[in-house]
Write a protein that binds this ligand. Sequence first.
Ligand code: NAD
Length: 287
Amino acid sequence: MPILIKGKELAQELRETLGKRIEKTKSQTGSAPGLAVIQVGSDPASSIYVRNKQKACQACGIKSYGYELPEEVSQAELMELIDTLNQDAKVNGILCQLPLPDHLDEFAVTQAILPEKDVDGFHAVNIGLLSMGRDCLVPCTPAGILAMLKAYDIPLKGQRCVIIGRSNIVGKPVVQLMLKEHATVTIAHSRTRDLPGLCRNADILISAIGKARFVSPEYVKPGAVVIDVGINRDDAGKVVGDVDFTSVASIASAITPVPGGVGPMTIAMLLENTFQAYLKQNNVSEE
Ligand code: NAD
Protein backbone atom coordinates (compact mmCIF):
# COMPACT_ATOMS: atom_id res chain seq x y z
CA MET A 1 0.00 0.00 0.00
CA PRO A 2 1.24 3.53 -0.75
CA ILE A 3 1.68 6.23 1.86
CA LEU A 4 -1.59 8.11 2.15
CA ILE A 5 -0.81 11.83 2.27
CA LYS A 6 -3.39 13.02 4.74
CA GLY A 7 -3.92 16.67 3.88
CA LYS A 8 -6.88 16.98 6.20
CA GLU A 9 -4.93 15.88 9.29
CA LEU A 10 -1.92 17.98 8.40
CA ALA A 11 -4.11 21.04 7.76
CA GLN A 12 -5.77 20.56 11.15
CA GLU A 13 -2.36 20.45 12.88
CA LEU A 14 -1.21 23.56 11.02
CA ARG A 15 -4.37 25.41 11.94
CA GLU A 16 -4.01 24.54 15.62
CA THR A 17 -0.40 25.70 15.66
CA LEU A 18 -1.36 28.85 13.79
CA GLY A 19 -4.05 29.60 16.40
CA LYS A 20 -1.35 29.55 19.10
CA ARG A 21 1.01 31.71 17.02
CA ILE A 22 -1.75 34.25 16.43
CA GLU A 23 -2.67 34.32 20.13
CA LYS A 24 0.95 35.03 21.05
CA THR A 25 1.37 37.80 18.48
CA LYS A 26 -1.95 39.39 19.40
CA SER A 27 -0.57 40.12 22.85
CA GLN A 28 2.17 42.18 21.13
CA THR A 29 -0.02 44.10 18.69
CA GLY A 30 -3.30 44.25 20.60
CA SER A 31 -5.24 43.39 17.44
CA ALA A 32 -6.30 40.27 15.57
CA PRO A 33 -5.49 39.54 11.92
CA GLY A 34 -8.43 40.38 9.64
CA LEU A 35 -9.57 38.78 6.38
CA ALA A 36 -12.24 40.28 4.12
CA VAL A 37 -14.08 37.72 2.01
CA ILE A 38 -16.12 39.03 -0.92
CA GLN A 39 -18.71 36.87 -2.63
CA VAL A 40 -20.69 38.03 -5.65
CA GLY A 41 -23.97 36.21 -6.24
CA SER A 42 -25.09 33.04 -4.50
CA ASP A 43 -23.51 30.14 -6.41
CA PRO A 44 -23.94 27.19 -3.99
CA ALA A 45 -20.38 25.86 -4.44
CA SER A 46 -18.91 29.34 -3.83
CA SER A 47 -21.12 29.76 -0.75
CA ILE A 48 -19.74 26.52 0.72
CA TYR A 49 -16.14 27.58 0.03
CA VAL A 50 -16.72 31.02 1.54
CA ARG A 51 -18.42 29.60 4.63
CA ASN A 52 -15.59 27.10 5.17
CA LYS A 53 -12.98 29.83 4.87
CA GLN A 54 -14.81 32.06 7.34
CA LYS A 55 -15.29 29.23 9.85
CA ALA A 56 -11.59 28.33 9.59
CA CYS A 57 -10.65 31.98 10.26
CA GLN A 58 -12.78 32.18 13.37
CA ALA A 59 -11.40 28.90 14.74
CA CYS A 60 -7.82 30.19 14.72
CA GLY A 61 -8.40 33.77 15.86
CA ILE A 62 -8.56 35.58 12.51
CA LYS A 63 -11.43 38.06 12.26
CA SER A 64 -13.37 37.51 9.08
CA TYR A 65 -15.41 40.23 7.42
CA GLY A 66 -17.94 38.89 4.92
CA TYR A 67 -19.30 40.93 2.00
CA GLU A 68 -22.13 39.35 0.04
CA LEU A 69 -22.82 41.34 -3.09
CA PRO A 70 -25.76 40.78 -5.42
CA GLU A 71 -25.19 38.96 -8.71
CA GLU A 72 -25.85 42.18 -10.64
CA VAL A 73 -23.33 44.37 -8.76
CA SER A 74 -21.45 46.69 -11.12
CA GLN A 75 -17.71 46.65 -11.72
CA ALA A 76 -17.50 50.17 -10.25
CA GLU A 77 -19.28 49.15 -7.03
CA LEU A 78 -17.03 46.12 -6.58
CA MET A 79 -13.91 48.19 -7.23
CA GLU A 80 -15.10 50.78 -4.70
CA LEU A 81 -15.49 48.09 -2.03
CA ILE A 82 -11.98 46.78 -2.75
CA ASP A 83 -10.63 50.32 -2.53
CA THR A 84 -12.28 50.78 0.88
CA LEU A 85 -10.90 47.45 2.13
CA ASN A 86 -7.43 48.30 0.79
CA GLN A 87 -7.45 51.35 3.06
CA ASP A 88 -8.94 49.62 6.11
CA ALA A 89 -6.13 48.93 8.59
CA LYS A 90 -8.02 46.13 10.38
CA VAL A 91 -8.27 44.19 7.11
CA ASN A 92 -4.94 42.50 6.43
CA GLY A 93 -6.10 40.20 3.64
CA ILE A 94 -8.74 40.50 0.93
CA LEU A 95 -10.11 37.70 -1.18
CA CYS A 96 -12.76 37.80 -3.82
CA GLN A 97 -14.27 34.37 -4.42
CA LEU A 98 -13.95 33.33 -8.07
CA PRO A 99 -15.44 32.77 -10.57
CA LEU A 100 -17.23 36.11 -10.91
CA PRO A 101 -20.34 36.61 -13.07
CA ASP A 102 -19.52 37.23 -16.75
CA HIS A 103 -20.18 40.98 -16.71
CA LEU A 104 -17.35 41.52 -14.20
CA ASP A 105 -13.69 41.79 -15.17
CA GLU A 106 -11.95 39.18 -13.01
CA PHE A 107 -8.48 40.34 -13.98
CA ALA A 108 -9.19 43.96 -13.02
CA VAL A 109 -10.66 42.82 -9.70
CA THR A 110 -7.71 40.63 -8.70
CA GLN A 111 -5.26 43.37 -9.70
CA ALA A 112 -7.14 46.03 -7.69
CA ILE A 113 -6.36 44.28 -4.39
CA LEU A 114 -3.16 45.70 -2.88
CA PRO A 115 -0.33 43.17 -3.39
CA GLU A 116 0.36 43.17 0.38
CA LYS A 117 -3.29 42.22 1.07
CA ASP A 118 -3.50 39.74 -1.83
CA VAL A 119 -3.73 36.57 0.29
CA ASP A 120 -4.77 34.50 -2.75
CA GLY A 121 -1.48 35.42 -4.44
CA PHE A 122 -3.19 36.37 -7.72
CA HIS A 123 -1.75 39.88 -8.13
CA ALA A 124 0.82 40.31 -10.90
CA VAL A 125 3.32 41.64 -8.35
CA ASN A 126 3.11 38.46 -6.26
CA ILE A 127 3.19 36.24 -9.35
CA GLY A 128 6.25 38.15 -10.61
CA LEU A 129 8.04 37.85 -7.26
CA LEU A 130 7.19 34.14 -7.13
CA SER A 131 8.67 33.58 -10.58
CA MET A 132 11.86 35.33 -9.41
CA GLY A 133 12.02 33.07 -6.36
CA ARG A 134 11.47 36.00 -3.99
CA ASP A 135 9.46 36.28 -0.81
CA CYS A 136 5.76 36.95 -1.60
CA LEU A 137 2.20 35.84 -0.94
CA VAL A 138 2.08 32.44 -2.69
CA PRO A 139 -1.20 31.10 -4.19
CA CYS A 140 -2.79 28.87 -1.55
CA THR A 141 -3.27 25.57 -3.41
CA PRO A 142 0.32 25.41 -4.74
CA ALA A 143 1.62 26.43 -1.29
CA GLY A 144 -0.48 23.64 0.25
CA ILE A 145 0.91 21.06 -2.18
CA LEU A 146 4.48 22.01 -1.32
CA ALA A 147 3.75 22.00 2.42
CA MET A 148 2.33 18.46 2.12
CA LEU A 149 5.30 17.15 0.15
CA LYS A 150 7.68 18.63 2.71
CA ALA A 151 5.71 17.37 5.70
CA TYR A 152 5.92 13.84 4.29
CA ASP A 153 9.67 14.22 3.60
CA ILE A 154 9.21 13.55 -0.10
CA PRO A 155 12.49 14.33 -1.86
CA LEU A 156 12.17 17.15 -4.41
CA LYS A 157 15.74 18.07 -5.37
CA GLY A 158 16.60 16.68 -8.80
CA GLN A 159 13.27 14.83 -9.00
CA ARG A 160 11.27 14.85 -12.21
CA CYS A 161 7.93 16.55 -11.62
CA VAL A 162 5.12 16.63 -14.19
CA ILE A 163 2.15 18.93 -13.64
CA ILE A 164 -1.01 18.44 -15.70
CA GLY A 165 -2.94 21.72 -16.02
CA ARG A 166 -1.60 25.21 -16.76
CA SER A 167 -4.01 27.45 -14.85
CA ASN A 168 -2.75 30.67 -13.26
CA ILE A 169 -3.98 29.58 -9.83
CA VAL A 170 -2.59 26.03 -9.70
CA GLY A 171 -0.42 24.70 -12.56
CA LYS A 172 1.79 27.71 -13.29
CA PRO A 173 2.61 28.67 -9.67
CA VAL A 174 3.34 25.00 -8.83
CA VAL A 175 6.04 25.13 -11.53
CA GLN A 176 7.76 28.04 -9.77
CA LEU A 177 7.60 26.42 -6.34
CA MET A 178 8.97 23.11 -7.58
CA LEU A 179 11.77 24.85 -9.52
CA LYS A 180 12.76 26.66 -6.33
CA GLU A 181 13.03 23.26 -4.68
CA HIS A 182 15.42 22.17 -7.48
CA ALA A 183 13.01 19.75 -9.13
CA THR A 184 13.05 19.33 -12.92
CA VAL A 185 9.62 20.47 -14.01
CA THR A 186 7.42 19.78 -17.03
CA ILE A 187 3.97 21.30 -17.43
CA ALA A 188 1.37 19.53 -19.57
CA HIS A 189 -2.08 20.56 -20.77
CA SER A 190 -4.92 19.64 -23.10
CA ARG A 191 -2.75 19.99 -26.23
CA THR A 192 0.16 17.91 -24.94
CA ARG A 193 1.12 14.99 -27.19
CA ASP A 194 1.40 11.53 -25.63
CA LEU A 195 0.29 12.70 -22.19
CA PRO A 196 0.43 9.21 -20.62
CA GLY A 197 4.01 8.70 -21.87
CA LEU A 198 5.10 12.11 -20.57
CA CYS A 199 3.47 11.52 -17.19
CA ARG A 200 5.17 8.13 -16.85
CA ASN A 201 8.51 10.04 -16.63
CA ALA A 202 7.40 11.69 -13.44
CA ASP A 203 8.75 10.93 -9.99
CA ILE A 204 6.10 13.35 -8.77
CA LEU A 205 2.88 13.67 -10.77
CA ILE A 206 0.54 16.57 -9.93
CA SER A 207 -2.86 16.65 -11.60
CA ALA A 208 -4.95 19.86 -11.76
CA ILE A 209 -7.28 19.24 -14.69
CA GLY A 210 -10.85 19.05 -13.41
CA LYS A 211 -11.85 15.70 -14.96
CA ALA A 212 -13.15 12.91 -12.76
CA ARG A 213 -10.82 9.87 -12.50
CA PHE A 214 -8.92 10.94 -15.65
CA VAL A 215 -5.48 9.79 -14.46
CA SER A 216 -5.28 6.00 -14.72
CA PRO A 217 -2.30 3.72 -14.01
CA GLU A 218 -1.26 4.20 -17.66
CA TYR A 219 -0.12 7.73 -16.63
CA VAL A 220 1.85 6.68 -13.56
CA LYS A 221 5.36 5.29 -13.15
CA PRO A 222 5.37 2.56 -10.49
CA GLY A 223 6.62 4.14 -7.26
CA ALA A 224 5.71 7.71 -8.25
CA VAL A 225 4.21 10.24 -5.83
CA VAL A 226 0.76 11.35 -7.02
CA ILE A 227 -0.87 14.62 -5.94
CA ASP A 228 -4.51 15.03 -6.93
CA VAL A 229 -5.74 18.64 -7.02
CA GLY A 230 -8.99 18.00 -8.90
CA ILE A 231 -12.37 18.37 -7.25
CA ASN A 232 -15.01 16.80 -9.48
CA ARG A 233 -18.33 15.05 -9.20
CA ASP A 234 -18.71 11.67 -10.84
CA ASP A 235 -21.91 10.48 -12.54
CA ALA A 236 -23.28 9.34 -9.18
CA GLY A 237 -22.69 12.82 -7.70
CA LYS A 238 -19.77 11.69 -5.53
CA VAL A 239 -16.83 14.10 -5.02
CA VAL A 240 -13.76 12.58 -6.67
CA GLY A 241 -10.36 13.79 -7.84
CA ASP A 242 -8.68 13.74 -11.26
CA VAL A 243 -7.00 10.49 -10.31
CA ASP A 244 -8.60 7.07 -10.40
CA PHE A 245 -7.63 6.55 -6.76
CA THR A 246 -8.00 2.79 -6.29
CA SER A 247 -6.11 1.67 -9.39
CA VAL A 248 -3.39 4.35 -9.13
CA ALA A 249 -2.87 3.73 -5.40
CA SER A 250 -1.92 0.16 -6.26
CA ILE A 251 1.26 1.37 -8.05
CA ALA A 252 2.09 4.78 -6.47
CA SER A 253 4.48 5.15 -3.53
CA ALA A 254 2.41 7.98 -2.03
CA ILE A 255 -0.92 9.55 -2.99
CA THR A 256 -3.36 12.21 -1.81
CA PRO A 257 -7.04 11.34 -1.38
CA VAL A 258 -9.98 13.46 -2.60
CA PRO A 259 -11.62 14.69 -0.47
CA GLY A 260 -9.21 15.13 2.41
CA GLY A 261 -6.01 15.88 0.47
CA VAL A 262 -5.12 19.15 -1.23
CA GLY A 263 -8.44 20.94 -0.44
CA PRO A 264 -8.00 21.37 3.34
CA MET A 265 -4.37 22.42 2.81
CA THR A 266 -5.53 25.25 0.54
CA ILE A 267 -7.56 26.74 3.39
CA ALA A 268 -4.71 26.27 5.88
CA MET A 269 -2.42 28.23 3.51
CA LEU A 270 -4.99 31.01 3.18
CA LEU A 271 -4.93 31.41 6.96
CA GLU A 272 -1.11 31.37 6.99
CA ASN A 273 -1.00 34.00 4.21
CA THR A 274 -3.40 36.20 6.17
CA PHE A 275 -1.19 35.90 9.25
CA GLN A 276 1.93 36.70 7.21
CA ALA A 277 0.22 39.77 5.70
CA TYR A 278 -0.79 40.91 9.20
CA LEU A 279 2.76 40.49 10.55
CA LYS A 280 4.18 42.59 7.69
CA GLN A 281 1.50 45.28 7.93
CA ASN A 282 2.04 45.58 11.69
CA ASN A 283 5.79 45.49 11.30
CA VAL A 284 6.14 42.68 13.83
CA SER A 285 7.84 39.32 13.63
CA GLU A 286 7.19 36.10 15.50
CA GLU A 287 9.45 35.62 18.53
P1 NAD B 1 -8.66 25.22 -15.10
O1 NAD B 1 -9.99 24.75 -15.53
O2 NAD B 1 -8.34 26.66 -15.04
O3 NAD B 1 -7.55 24.50 -15.98
C1 NAD B 1 -7.58 23.14 -16.29
C2 NAD B 1 -6.30 22.77 -16.95
O4 NAD B 1 -6.37 21.39 -17.27
C3 NAD B 1 -6.03 23.53 -18.25
O5 NAD B 1 -4.72 24.02 -18.24
C4 NAD B 1 -6.20 22.46 -19.34
O6 NAD B 1 -5.26 22.62 -20.40
C5 NAD B 1 -5.91 21.19 -18.58
N1 NAD B 1 -6.66 20.08 -19.18
C6 NAD B 1 -7.99 20.00 -19.40
N2 NAD B 1 -8.28 18.84 -20.01
C7 NAD B 1 -7.12 18.18 -20.19
C8 NAD B 1 -6.79 16.96 -20.77
N3 NAD B 1 -7.71 16.16 -21.30
N4 NAD B 1 -5.50 16.61 -20.79
C9 NAD B 1 -4.55 17.42 -20.26
N5 NAD B 1 -4.82 18.58 -19.68
C10 NAD B 1 -6.09 18.98 -19.66
O7 NAD B 1 -8.38 24.49 -13.74
P2 NAD B 1 -7.95 24.89 -12.25
O8 NAD B 1 -8.66 26.11 -11.81
O9 NAD B 1 -6.47 24.82 -12.13
O10 NAD B 1 -8.59 23.63 -11.50
C11 NAD B 1 -8.29 22.30 -11.85
C12 NAD B 1 -8.98 21.35 -10.90
O11 NAD B 1 -8.48 21.58 -9.60
C13 NAD B 1 -10.50 21.53 -10.80
O12 NAD B 1 -11.08 20.28 -10.54
C14 NAD B 1 -10.66 22.43 -9.58
O13 NAD B 1 -11.91 22.25 -8.95
C15 NAD B 1 -9.55 21.90 -8.72
N6 NAD B 1 -9.04 22.86 -7.74
C16 NAD B 1 -8.89 22.40 -6.49
C17 NAD B 1 -8.36 23.23 -5.52
C18 NAD B 1 -8.18 22.69 -4.13
O14 NAD B 1 -8.07 23.44 -3.19
N7 NAD B 1 -8.10 21.37 -3.98
C19 NAD B 1 -8.02 24.55 -5.81
C20 NAD B 1 -8.16 24.99 -7.13
C21 NAD B 1 -8.66 24.13 -8.10
